[in-house]
Design a protein around this ligand. Structure first.
Ligand SMILES: Nc1ncnc2c1ncn2[C@@H]1O[C@H](COP(=O)(O)OP(=O)(O)OP(=O)(O)O)[C@@H](O)[C@H]1O
Ligand SMILES: [Mg+2]
Length: 232
């Protein structure tokens, strides 16, 4: 990846703390970080170090206590709820540790629904969803509801859903955390392939060092700071 690559995410001096009546706990302070188009970056750090908090801030689900978040060069930290929702639904895809699919809908419907919410034509949404299921080797599970899928299959549907609206960024919070070693590898490899193919940048929090080693870079949260641990 060379230096003229497009920066899709830039955070500047990002800080977060929890405050109660009695005390204030800093989670991270003055983090600086950028992600270029198509980069796949691992986010490591011990439990409680702030990985989920950071992803929630970047995903505009929570607001940082200080600093800036720029997505495609648009400053989002001060955006109102309407703008945040718009940026989130257009530019960001989420994958969580548990699939969070809608239980009463089939695999294909779970991938169609977010597209319909953005105004995509029903037939096009269906075609996109079917192609994604094929890419994720799940065409035979298209009509199954989440309860009828294995953990790895459900996570692959969740990945298809996260890329259905062609986001620029995927934020994944321990996407393979509930899976056995083999399924974790398959799910990660498919996420990697689809992200590289579509030039989607991914920030993936994980405790799995073996998977982290496959990513383009690894950052770690340590002592409330974000450090580049490995640049492959
Ligand atoms: N509502 C809250 N009030 C106070 N502290 C909180 C709250 N939510 C989270 N924390 C604390 O913030 C810190 C960071 O939590 P976070 O969930 O971001 O860590 P994490 O790195 O994702 O951990 P894990 O690897 O276990 O998922 C933790 O110490 C947690 O206890
Ligand atoms: Mg977490």
């Amino acid at each position: 990846m060379n230096d003229i690559s497009k920066v899709v995410l830039k955070i500047e001096n990002l800080s977060y703390f929890y405050e109660s009546e009695f005390n204030k706990i800093d989670i991270f302070k003055n983090l600086n970080f950028e992600m270029k188009e198509g980069e796949i970056i691992g986010l490591l750090g011990p439990s409680g170090s702030g990985k989920t908090t950071l992803l929630n801030c970047i995903g505009l689900l929570d607001s940082p206590k200080g600093g800036k978040i720029k997505i495609l060069n648009v400053e989002c930290s001060n955006a109102n709820d309407f703008e945040r929702t718009k940026i989130r639904s257009k530019q960001i895809g989420f994958v969580f540790q548990s699939h969070r699919l809608l239980p009463e809908f089939s695999s294909v419907e779970n991938i169609i629904i977010p597209q319909l919410l953005l105004g995509v034509d029903k037939k096009i949404a269906y075609k996109n969803a079917s192609e994604l299921l094929k890419l994720l080797k799940l065409n035979h599970r298209s009509e199954h509801r989440p309860a009828k899928l294995s953990g790895g299959e459900a996570q692959r549907v969740a990945i298809a859903r996260s890329v259905a609206n062609a986001p620029k960024i995927i934020l994944a919070d321990e996407p393979t955390g509930n899976l056995d070693i083999e399924s974790a590898k398959l799910v990660f490899d498919l996420l990697y392939k689809i992200a590289k193919m579509s030039k989607i940048s991914c920030l993936i929090a994980t405790h799995n060092i073996e998977l982290a080693k496959k990513m383009d870079k690894i950052y770690s949260i340590k002592d409330k700071k974000l450090k580049l641990t490995k640049n492959f």
